[in-house]
Design a protein around this ligand. Sequence first.
Ligand code: GLU
Length: 271
Amino acid sequence: MSIVTRFAPSPTGYLHLGHAYSAWMAWTRADIFRLRLEDIDTTRCRPEYADAILEDLRWLGLDWDGEVRVQSQHFPEYALALGSLQERGLLYPCFCTRAEIARAQSAPHGVEGVYPGTCRALSAEIRAARIASGAPYALRLNVAAARRCVGALRFFEENTGWVEAEPERLGDVVLARKDTPSSYHLCVVHDDALQGITHVIRGEDLREATHIHVLLQALLGLPTPLYAHHHLLTDASGKRLAKRDKAATLREMRAAGTKPEEILQQFEASA
Ligand code: GLU
């Protein structure tokens, strides 16, 4: 069986060493290596960063197979997937502001980063009235209801083995907003299936998200690939590299005279 992997950056900044390491981890394992630009958040993504990502990957020698999948060109496809969840009553409108959610999370029984479920219990009448009044809302997945549709789920994680999926760890995630008509979680599972990805190789910061992805795959009738979550590269002080660390972008390194071979050697040594 061919190993099909992908690199799926969001063009919100220049590629830094941490991203490039992730791309290399996927590229080095691949028989077929796919590239995807996750640019659904049109408020934060910029075409110049998208162009720069392609240029930086080419410079590094990480060539990809086939067309680049550009998510912002495919909103109607994600809308179909979203619609199929909505028809089954698995989504609900959430009117909470960020500040309201933060307050509820910091309350005694709140869990940081997990939506407290405030709008899940609203009646159909209240929902309809608030939507009719023009109140902005996001669509959230009712994880408990979704779970009842599909039952127990698991995924295979390299170096760990079978893992029971616990999507409730992330709570009722947002699957659509006004300014982002479909979310990362929905688009990523849709496109991993569409691009025939057999091995999702990505940073360990996305390990938790895998639990939701496996649930969405089951709901949408999509296959679950194998997952591998690699460690994240850190700077000399042990801090995770971020887009704001300008010195670690491939552009800056190239401008400072670093050669692609030196970067690839560093990756080999870190793997
Ligand atoms: N687009 C995501 C990011 O740049 C990565 C998605 C993934 O690898 O699943 O963080």
